[in-house]
Design a protein around this ligand. Sequence first.
Ligand SMILES: [Zn+2]
Length: 327
Amino acid sequence: MMKSLLGLMARGGPRGRLSILIFHRVLPQPDPIFPDEMHAQRFEALCAWLARSFCVLPLDQAAARLCEGSLPARALCITFDDGYADNHDVALPILRRHGLCATFFVATGFLDGGRMWNDTLVEAVRRSPLDSLDPGGLEGGSGGPEAKKLSALPLASDAARRAAIDQLIGVAKYLPLADRVGFAEAVARASRARLPDDLMMRSAQVVALRRAGMTIGGHTVNHPILARLDRAQARQEIESGKAVLESLIQDPVTLFAYPNGKPGRDFLPEHAELVREAGFKFAVTTAPGAAGALTDRFRLPRFTPWDRSHWRFGLRLVRNLGTPATA
Ligand SMILES: [Zn+2]
């Protein structure tokens, strides 16, 4: 029933529609602080269902066939953003078991021991030995007036730690980039947690993904919001990330994912132009929807799979297929 519904909505040929899924992490076990985060067991079941119900293609092939009007029915692509080490350690063996391919968009500045600011906050709170954390009292007033307004954050339970993380990320999000990193580091010091340096992939793991037949795509160097950079900085972020990946995998990198990825907010038409000029052939956003033959190939929409039941996920995917891509 679901398969025929999907077949009806996800036709092939000139009127073909392409569903592209976004993942970030695939944890080895469920996370008590973020119970909705994807983990190995859920990913295994999801991959088994995807392999049965869809024609899963490499994104570059699918996007080329979409433009030519020769997409197969129920076409779907799997993508991962940012470059987490669990993509290699946990997701790759599962994908291979089910004969699936995926594209991994890697921000090169975090390879080999780096950490994104949001993960610094998450891990500081998760691993803190303290019962409460006081962001109002951070050294040197890090975080500015917004952090000062926060009272001490209790850390006594998983739910409390989750609430503390949400509050800290809420403050950090609105700080300028340099202050945001400084704020995350000040919280990390105040938390007295030992932070991991193996959350993101090492260079060798990127190479291993490629050798296993997966596709590597560009995602800038430092994961900035492109719309907040000047043109030269944006160009540099887009081009350097591509060059680093190409020298690693010794192959052209033709796919790009915009950091954060909301059109008109996180990136602007001029950034799509820079991506094209850098030599990318296709780019993906985080706007919902399914791409059709007329969708701008530098604005292919994507879809986040978060439902626990395949039935609900299938229904949401059908609804997404009916959403026209916003240009
Ligand atoms: Zn990202």
